[in-house]
Design a protein around this ligand. Structure first.
Ligand SMILES: Nc1ncnc2c1ncn2[C@@H]1O[C@H](COP(=O)(O)OP(=O)(O)OP(=O)(O)O)[C@@H](O)[C@H]1O
Length: 251
């Protein structure tokens, strides 16, 4: 893997809320055409890390480099304009708007002409056919999994280089979760780099290239997904290599 593939490098990041330092030492890398998954127990600091990467929380220490440049105090909307799209936890779509209106809003930041936006919407329909089938219906009429696909489609409308997804499988039935994960996996072929936060350990490891585990605001394990053993992950999660069933790691 060459250095040119690197989209995002986070080194020894420190961030939090006001005086509260929640994230003390987090490092991770995301490359184009690859998925990096950020794992960790509830409250480990995963969402807070994403908020600092996207400019929603201040960085107290360490560094975030995107496309080879330090982001420093770059405000969130400039990061979006530079190709960072963030799908926050909980399928944040506009329920009263139609699916198509939601997608068009997603392309607003590109300042594209209507025609280009409609072409981009068609590409999203090809990728998520269910959104095309239901384009004129309000988003509220869709299931949780379909709303998650809409939230991802909305983020893709901004033509990102880096897609950041916070727990896309949250609250979804297993079959729907698998479908969402497969769709996320297939996005790699477009050259997009993806930073995925997940509680579904097994499913996210299957589609990821790199893994970073967070424990109490610190990176406790990082490396290629293919080389991670269950024992290493357990130790990184709990600070012990005693046998803990994989599914419990999400609890
Ligand atoms: N707005 C906030 N103000 C103060 N503290 C916060 C705020 N949001 C989160 N925290 C605290 O920061 C810590 C890390 O939370 P964070 O949401 O980043 O964890 P997480 O790993 O994403 O967990 P989860 O999987 O439950 O979403 C927690 O102790 C949480 O209570």
């Amino acid at each position: 893997m060459t250095e040119e593939n690197i989209l995002l490098e986070v080194e020894h990041l420190q961030t939090g809320y006001g005086d509260l330092k929640v994230v003390r030492d987090v490092s991770l890398t995301v490359r184009s055409g690859q998925i990096t998954v950020l794992l960790g127990r509830n409250g480990a600091g995963k969402t807070t890390t994403l908020r600092a990467i996207t400019g929603l929380n201040r960085t107290y220490g360490g560094e975030v480099r995107y496309l080879g440049k330090k982001l420093g105090e770059t405000v969130a909307h400039r990061r979006v304009a530079q190709g960072m799209s963030y799908v926050q936890e909980g399928k944040r779509v506009f329920h009263e708007l139609t699916i198509e209106q939601n997608l068009l809003l997603g392309g607003f930041s590109t300042k594209s002409k209507k025609r280009a936006l409609l072409e981009a919407v068609q590409e999203i329909y090809e990728f998520f056919p269910i959104l095309g089938d239901k384009r004129s219906l309000p988003a509220s009429s869709m299931s949780g999994g379909q709303q998650q696909m809409l939230a991802i489609g909305q983020a893709l409308m901004a033509k990102p280089k880096l897609l950041i997804l916070d727990e896309p499988s949250q609250g979804l039935a297993p079959a729907i979760m698998k479908e969402v994960m497969e769709r996320v996996h297939s996005l790699k072929a477009t050259g997009l780099g993806i930073l995925l936060v997940e509680q579904a350990v097994q499913e996210s490891l299957e589609i990821s290239d790199e893994v970073s585990v967070l424990d109490m605001g610190r990176t406790s394990l990082a490396g290629p997904a293919s080389s991670m053993t269950l024992e290493q992950l357990q130790e990184a999660y709990f600070g012990t290599s005693e046998s803990v069933p994989a599914k419990q790691m999400a609890e």
